[in-house]
Ligand binder design. Structure first.
Ligand SMILES: Nc1ncnc2c1ncn2[C@@H]1O[C@H](COP(=O)(O)OP(=O)(O)OP(=O)(O)O)[C@@H](O)[C@H]1O
Ligand SMILES: [Mg+2]
Length: 313
């Protein structure tokens, strides 16, 4: 085997089809490395492996990368406390289990809750070249949260431009091969929502509501905000729909029933499904073990509709 063949074979062995090797007339080796979808750390590691495998001092590596088309799904509600964060975490996991490469952004500057929900409270993201590296979570969905950028327990009182800057740091982080970013928004129709819409153009929005009339009226406001800005509404999810008593099994409807489905119809948006009010959902969430990680008949069908929507829009 000539030297040239040996080097080419050694490089293919570590980089496969990502590397194409050229040797010029003077025997200098050049590698064009396709790093599409790799994060910076993975790129550096691969480059290093190629250098070791090639075993030549004079090795030129040119790194190229096609842009990964990354789409944002905003999870929003008009009213606070209706279960956006719970939905965002579990839908991210269910979408990942359905085969997408998913990341989670917690954009709630008033009450970031994803670090706890995803079981990584207290972990801080690292940064390189001023770009954040998302924090891996036990679920497999990487996370970046506003809560990871501030001191725990400190109130966040940011003005518009700071909020916008922080959001960009999260969204434009080194997401590597992630193709779908689920964004957990704060409640309402404020600064964060507007920045998200104008600067980061979500592919679509999922609106969460409880069956209560008041929550539904607020949901209509959130829907209007996205619609006016030209962000399609993927659909409405009803959370805390029906309560099964853990002792006697009796079903009750503390917040009414069927309200969200009727509201979705009236507002002419798809109804994606309901999530029951279940103590197990709260306790698993509080323990940093999102219920979608277990047997999941609730979140998976909703995620499947979102995936279907993404495939056709
Ligand atoms: N289906 C459910 N069953 C039981 N508890 C739930 C359910 N959905 C959410 N919860 C609980 O309700 C509380 C509020 O949920 P969550 O934090 O997801 O709401 P949110 O809309 O993100 O709130 P905020 O507006 O404050 O960001 C949490 O304690 C959560 O565990
Ligand atoms: Mg929340």
């Amino acid at each position: 085997m000539t030297d040239q063949h040996r080097i080419t074979a050694a490089i293919s062995a570590v980089a496969g089809e990502r590397a194409s090797v050229r040797v010029d007339g003077e025997g200098r080796v050049g590698v064009v490395l396709d790093a599409t979808g790799l994060g910076q750390a993975e790129r550096d590691a691969l480059e290093q492996r190629i250098r070791v495998a090639a075993g030549v001092a004079d090795l030129r590596i040119v790194v190229t990368a096609a842009r990964v088309e990354r789409r944002l799904i905003a999870v929003a509600s008009g009213k606070g406390g209706v279960g956006k964060s719970t939905l965002a975490a579990n839908l991210a996991i269910a979408l990942m289990r359905g085969g997408r490469r998913v990341g989670l952004v917690d954009a709630d500057i008033y009450g970031p809750s994803q670090p706890r929900l995803m079981g990584v409270e207290g972990t801080r993201p690292t940064a390189r070249d001023k770009r954040l590296d998302p924090v891996p979570t036990p679920s497999g969905v990487p996370l970046l949260s506003i809560g990871q950028l501030v001191e725990p327990g400190k109130a966040i009182a940011w003005r518009g431009p700071m909020t916008a800057g922080a959001l960009s740091q999260l969204v434009d982080a080194d997401w590597g091969a992630v193709d779908t970013l689920v964004v957990d928004l704060p409640p309402g129709t404020g600064d964060v929502q507007i920045t998200m819409i104008q600067k980061h153009r979500p592919a679509g929005a999922v609106i969460v509501s409880t069956p209560q009339d008041l929550a539904l009226i607020d949901a209509a406001r959130a829907i209007d905000l996205f619609r006016t800005a030209g962000v399609p509404i993927i659909g409405l999810v009803e959370n805390m729909a029906g309560y099964a008593c853990p002792r006697c099994g009796e079903l009750s409807d503390p917040f009414g029933q069927g309200g969200a489905e009727a509201a979705a119809k009236a507002l002419d948006i798809p109804f994606l499904g309901r999530v029951p009010l279940e103590i197990g959902i709260r306790t698993a969430s509080d323990a940093g073990q999102p219920p979608a990680l277990r047997e999941d008949r609730v979140f998976a069908p909703i995620a499947a509709q979102i995936a279907e929507w993404l495939a056709t829009n």
